[in-house]
Design a protein around this ligand. Structure first.
Ligand SMILES: *Cc1c(COP(=O)(O)O)cnc(C)c1O
Length: 318
């Protein structure tokens, strides 16, 4: 496992509390899964002591996305049979995720991020390999026993009362996503994220927490406030004065960073209002940024990159 933000950190904590023997790679916050370190450990593990490799695809605390396909290549290059477990809570349904192509064995998500629903559903994708491993696994489990689940699912039931209203909601979300097409959903998230990044680049003294373009997330941006500015002031001003809820800086980013979420049912105009609120709050908190600079940069990006649905519809009809 690797730890580079509040969510990847919590996974390590859970695995350790469950009594698993965890080999943790600690990484600077702002970077993601250290694939080269994983590859070296897998190559060195000739007796296959490593049972699973874990990755948080999108670290929501720092706005960092990791390369899951590269982890699959590291496993394959080392000819290692370990399973690949992925936290896709803030990535699946928003940015590229290919369970089969990347050979992911367990992928977990939730209803409350890219699936655009209230919190309440945990969604777990399971490969055939993981299902087979489940048959002889010795760790105790009950709540999410695949065997119990499959047995009752086959008859149209769950082993406990399911959140039926959320399952109905999920059906609607999936229809929205699949009707748009996942390529189009991923492209929209990229456009939205690039607009936010254009705004951040225009704000003097602000900087993304992500340490380079290869790590930048298309679903959430964590942004360092300019030196000397308390990000908590920015967040509370946005909330109490402009009725806009920015994400807080989690754990060691508290006071240093704020976050703008940009996933799910969102369009450029909605995102411009969040960028505008962040900009006004930054100035209220004392940041010397030029009024309108971030909004203007985002607007220009959106103006140039947003597909024109009128033309789109017309050309389809033709
Ligand atoms: C939101 C999120 C979770 C789940 O968080 P809960 O608050 O425990 O539901 C897990 N991992 C990531 C990367 C997330 O963004």
């Amino acid at each position: 496992m690797s730890r580079f933000g509040q969510f990847s950190l919590l996974w390590v904590d859970m695995a350790e509390r469950l009594g698993l023997d965890v080999d943790v790679c600690d990484v600077e916050w702002g970077k993601g899964v250290p694939v080269d370190d994983y590859a070296a450990k897998l190559r060195a593990d000739k007796s296959h002591q490593i049972k699973a490799v874990f990755a948080t695809q999108n670290e929501t605390a720092t706005g960092v996305t990791s390369d899951i396909a590269a982890i699959r290549r590291a496993l394959d290059d080392a000819n290692h049979p370990a399973m690949l477990f992925v936290d896709g809570v803030s990535s699946i349904a928003s940015i590229e995720f290919e369970m089969e192509a990347w050979g992911v064995d367990l992928a977990v998500s939730g209803s409350q991020k890219g699936f655009m629903l209230p919190a309440g559903l945990g969604i777990l994708g399971v490969s055939d390999k993981a299902l087979a491993a489940h048959a002889n696994a010795r760790m105790p489990r009950c709540y999410f026993s695949f065997a119990d689940m499959i047995k009752l699912n086959d008859t149209g039931y769950f082993p406990y009362t399911p959140a039926t209203q959320l399952l109905r909601g999920l059906r609607c979300s999936l229809d929205l996503l699949l009707d748009a097409g996942m390529d189009s959903v991923w492209a929209r998230h990229k456009r939205l994220a690039e607009g936010v990044r254009a705004a951040v680049a225009a704000w003097d003294g602000c900087e993304l927490v992500a340490r380079g373009p290869e790590w930048q997330s298309d679903t959430v941006s964590a942004i360092y406030a300019p030196p000397g500015i308390d990000a908590r002031d920015v967040i509370s001003t946005a909330y109490y004065k402009y009725q806009t809820s920015l994400g807080s800086g989690l754990n060691k980013l508290a006071g240093r960073a704020f976050r703008i979420g940009h996933l799910g049912s969102l369009n450029p105009v909605m995102l411009c209002s969040a960028i505008s609120a962040a900009e006004m709050s930054l100035r209220d908190a004392g940041a010397m940024i030029v009024p309108g600079s971030g909004v203007a940069a985002a607007q220009e990006h959106f103006r140039v990159t947003t597909p024109d649905m009128m033309q789109h519809t017309a050309s389809k009809a033709a």
